[in-house]
Design a protein around this ligand. Structure first.
Ligand code: ATP
Length: 809
């Protein structure tokens, strides 16, 4: 019922509102009243709260209820906001003109908008807009559908962490959960925490997928996505053939890695991302494809070299690169255009955009940028022959079809024009006939065309004029033949308008037959766009082509994002012999940056991009793991240390000899002794595994690790002056750092002098005293006597003795 006060039945308007609203219980119903969309009752309160609107009251005789509304003129802005807030919105429009209505205007729900299914260009960004559906069975069946482009794909995942990784990668705006998941409270709770997104219900009836062997969980999820999307689109949907993909066929990039490397999103608001540095694309499909590549870097050399060849060609051939980018600038979002064609939603403006885009393609062919582009020029010519260059955006306005395209239309227009000519001549003729110099032909909505005579000439009005309206100083008349002409004109105009619509629809249907070829062209253009963008970045920033030699050796590598923000000191990395690098150096020296740049270079190489280095030899990594920084999961209720160890556990479970692992201060979240012990054990395990590990740490104990493939490096910094000022060189050099400078950095940060002094004193005490002694004991206890060879035992003894000597001196 409607929240309100007052006895008796609802006023009729509100009754109509409630009836429609109750048909769409999961939606916020916006109800057109004239120039506004209104909500009443509790929904009015929700709307006002969500959008910060003032709440008013709808009051009639003995009834009052809260009311809030948005102007239809500015509806898009508000709708966008509502969708972003996770509302589903139903638009109930007036479907007949108010003047034509007998009593209450008829209203119907004309559009259902949900975050994951919008197709209105005004409510979309150029990014992919995914609706996801999730069902269980032999694993998690996860399906993504982008209603705006028709992209439709899915995969089966066998662990929750893989599931969340995949969700994080795609960032769907709405997720449909199968009933067994919606009813599983524990799952739901965790899901909400890990992946806060709008959840919706749908019927999970399985559909057939190619290949028909697809597991039930996948077929159910696909069925749910299709059914839900179809319902919001009024039954119209044009999905592309379902694509089943295997995340294992790509480099594994866990959520933590994408976050830590700031691939798509900055860690701090306003920060720059890898994507923002790379995104020199010129078209929306190109931008979406670049994102897709970054989501799924490749494992195999063949396709990577092919991509690199394409990029290299555009790097070397500057006129070609510039030409391509210039042409692409004129190409519209062909993917979404093709989709709108298939849905019968393309507007005249869409067809013109299509025409302009298609016209640009032969130029690309001529340049030699794309050989296999389908020839769609005839289609562009057809559109050009039919539509005027400045077609109105709405069909109902008419005037969009060119003269000479359709004989029937020309004939109707000629008829209308003849009447207009007659009316134009009429004024002249009647003035002559009646001798009234002020006689005028005019038009208004009530009387149609009329003849107007001013008072002084009333006696000259001829007998065939019939008065229709008297004003203060003038009189308006009509004439039987005038009425007739007017009817003729209106009829011809209405018929012409209808014919225009028919012609447009025929044209659209004809163009829609080529939608698949347009999609094909869109795909090729998107790729070209990405190659050109990567080439542009490579030239602009001085990247080089990586070589997949199986060795990890980077000369003068840089961080692709940090280097754009100021001067940057390039650094080398050579892990030909080494597998573990222990990196020490004061805070702020550049350890994290060095770690990240290594992974970013590898990632860039494995999407087929040039890399920020003078020279880069790389293996093909299968996974990139990171454990960087304190990613508190306060919302998830897990402590920093707990999160850290969970991530470490994942890494230890998954890392192979082809994996790249970045560890930044692992162990920091707990007591020093625990931390050192854990860090060492983790390093030893990864070392045994043969993974490529970069380990940044303040635990100088770790620089004494005695393993064959461990190397020590440090980031250079220097103390200047007696007061312990610190200069950072950001230079990575062999050997461990001599000390950690933590106290000096604290001083730089403005910690009061007396505290710094006290810390220095304490530090000296610690260095000289107990701390070291404890480490000797720890080392002693960590020896596994059952597994030591006599030689190793002797070496350990020697090391212990040296350490003990250090303590006592
Ligand atoms: N090679 C470099 N050239 C120029 N500036 C750099 C370089 N490396 C790092 N920086 C800058 O130095 C600052 C500190 O870098 P980073 O965070 O990597 O230090 P860190 O050693 O990891 O510090 P902490 O131990 O406190 O985490 C950053 O602002 C970064 O932009």
């Amino acid at each position: 019922m409607l929240k309100g006060e007052g006895p008796g039945p609802l006023p009729p308007l509100l009754e109509q509102y409630v009836a429609l609203r109750d048909q769409y219980p999961d939606y916020l119903l916006l109800f057109q009243v004239g120039d506004f969309y209104e909500c009443f009752g509790e929904d009015a309160e929700r709307l006002a709260r969500a959008l910060g609107l003032t709440l008013t009251h709808k009051t009639s005789k003995d009834f009052t209820t809260p009311m809030a509304g948005i102007p239809i003129r500015a509806a898009d802005t508000y709708l966008e906001k509502l969708l972003a807030l996770g509302f589903r919105v139903a638009l109930a429009d007036q479907v007949e003109p108010a003047e034509a209505a007998e009593g209450l205007v008829r209203r119907e729900v004309t559009q259902l908008l949900t975050p994951g299914t919008v197709v209105e260009e005004s409510l979309l960004t150029p990014e992919a807009n995914y609706l996801a559906a999730l069902a269980t069975g032999e694993g998690y069946g996860l399906v993504f559908l982008d209603v705006s482009t028709g992209e439709f794909k899915g995969t089966v995942l066998y662990s929750k962490s893989a599931l969340y990784d995949e969700l994080f990668r795609h960032r769907p705006r709405e997720v449909l959960l199968a009933p067994e998941l919606l009813e599983n409270e524990a799952f739901l709770k965790e899901f909400r925490k890990r992946f806060p997104v709008m959840l919706s219900e749908a019927s999970f009836e399985p559909v057939d997928l190619e290949p028909t062997l697809a597991p039930l969980a996948l077929r159910r999820a696909a069925g749910a996505a299709l059914a839900y999307a179809r319902a919001t689109q009024g039954g119209r949907l044009a999905p592309r053939p379902f694509q089943r993909y295997d995340p294992g066929a790509f480099v594994h990039l866990p959520e933590a890695t994408l976050k830590a490397l700031e691939v798509f999103e900055p860690l701090l608001p306003g920060g720059k991302t890898l994507l923002s540095v790379l995104d020199e694309t010129r078209t929306a499909p190109g931008r979406r494809l670049l994102r897709a590549w970054l989501r799924h870097p490749l494992l195999d050399r063949g396709p990577l070299e092919a991509r690199l060849d394409r990029v290299e060609r555009l790097v070397r051939d500057t006129p070609l690169r510039e030409g391509v980018r210039r042409v692409l600038f004129r190409v519209h979002d062909l993917e979404r255009l093709a989709n709108r064609l298939l849905l019968n939603r393309a507007t005249p403006k869409d067809l013109l955009a299509l025409k302009r885009s298609l016209e640009a393609l032969p130029e690309l062919k001529k340049m030699g940028a794309l050989e296999h582009l389908p020839d769609l020029l005839p289609l562009a010519e057809e559109i050009g022959a039919a539509l005027k260059e400045e077609a109105p955006s709405r069909l109902s306005q008419g005037g969009l079809i060119r003269e000479g395209y359709d004989p029937t239309l020309d004939e109707l227009r000629a008829r209308a024009r003849a009447v207009l000519d007659f009316l134009a001549r009429l004024e002249e003729e009647e003035r002559r006939r009646t001798g009234i110099p002020t006689l005028k032909v005019g038009y208004n909505a009530v009387f149609g065309y009329y003849l107007e005579v001013t008072r002084p000439y009333y006696d000259q009005v001829p007998p065939d004029y019939r008065p229709v309206q008297t004003l203060k100083d003038r009189q308006r008349y009509t004439r039987p033949d005038l009425k007739e002409k007017e009817r003729e004109l209106l009829l011809a105009e209405a018929q012409a308008l209808r014919r225009e619509e028919e012609v447009f629809q025929e044209l659209r249907a004809k163009v829609a037959q080529e939608a698949e070829r347009i999609r094909g062209a869109a795909q090729l253009l998107a790729e070209l766009d990405v190659y050109a963008a990567l080439a542009e970045v490579a030239v602009k920033r001085g990247y080089t082509r990586p070589r997949f030699t199986g060795r990890l050796r980077i000369q003068s590598g840089r961080h692709p994002v940090v280097e754009t923000q100021g001067s940057f000191v390039p650094n080398d990395l050579d892990m030909t012999e080494a597998r573990v690098i222990v990196l020490t150096g004061p805070n702020m020296a550049g350890k994290s940056t060095y770690l990240r740049q290594t992974a970013l270079i590898a990632l860039l190489a494995q999407i087929g991009s040039f890399v920020p280095a003078e020279e880069a030899e790389l293996p093909l990594f299968d996974r990139v793991y990171t454990r960087i920084g304190a990613s508190d999961d306060l919302a998830g209720g897990r402590s920093t240390f707990m999160v850290e160890m969970e991530e470490v556990a994942q890494i230890l479970k998954g890392a192979t000899e082809r994996s790249l692992v970045l560890l930044d201060e692992v162990g920091r979240g707990t007591s020093t002794l625990d931390g050192v012990a854990l860090a060492q054990a983790v390093l030893e395990a990864l070392h045994a595994r043969g993974a490529y590990v970069l380990f940044a740490t303040h635990y100088h104990e770790l620089t004494r690790l005695d393993l064959p493939r461990v190397r020590n490096f440090h980031v250079a910094a220097e103390e200047v002056g007696l007061e312990g000022g610190l200069v950072f060189y950001h230079q990575v050099l062999p050997g461990p750092a001599l000390k950690s400078y933590g106290v000096e950095v604290a001083r730089l940060a403005g910690v009061p002098e007396e505290v710094v002094k006290r810390a220095r004193l304490l530090l000296e005490g610690l260095l000289a005293g107990r701390g070291e002694g404890e480490k000797v004991l720890l080392e002693l206890l960590s020896l596994d006597l059952n597994r030591l060879t006599p030689l190793e035992a002797l070496q350990a003894l020697k090391r212990l003795q040296e350490m003990a000597r250090g303590v006592l001196v």
